[in-house]
Write a new protein. Structure first.
Length: 101
């Protein structure tokens, strides 16, 4: 099963993605980070990530660019996808190519 790290300060995004999984539309585990620093810590500790989805322009303590820079420094071979919450709500299936589902 694919694992996705969602980086967003808004809990409604996490609930939405988890709801998609429960409905059977997607098969992934959702890990969450509400700040840039937390995202870097989770990505550093979690080696089975399929994709990292960053949806906020500004996170507590960091901009989105700083988060991407910090994630890149970890040398993970994981795609980092930048999106808006509204994009995911409208078409959640667009994540499928990144998750191989």
């Amino acid at each position: 099963m694919a694992k996705i790290l969602v980086v967003d300060r808004r809990p409604q995004l996490t609930r939405f993605l988890r709801g998609q999984r429960r409905d059977g539309n997607c098969s992934w585990d959702v890990l969450c980070a509400a700040s840039g620093q937390e995202a870097i810590q989770v990505a550093s500790a979690e080696r089975e990530l399929s994709v990292i989805l960053v949806t906020d322009e500004i996170l507590p303590g960091m901009t989105r660019d700083q988060v991407v820079e910090g994630l890149s420094a970890l040398d993970l071979e994981v795609p980092v996808v930048l999106a808006r919450f509204e994009d995911i709500q409208a078409r959640p299936e667009w994540l499928a190519p990144f998750l191989d589902v």
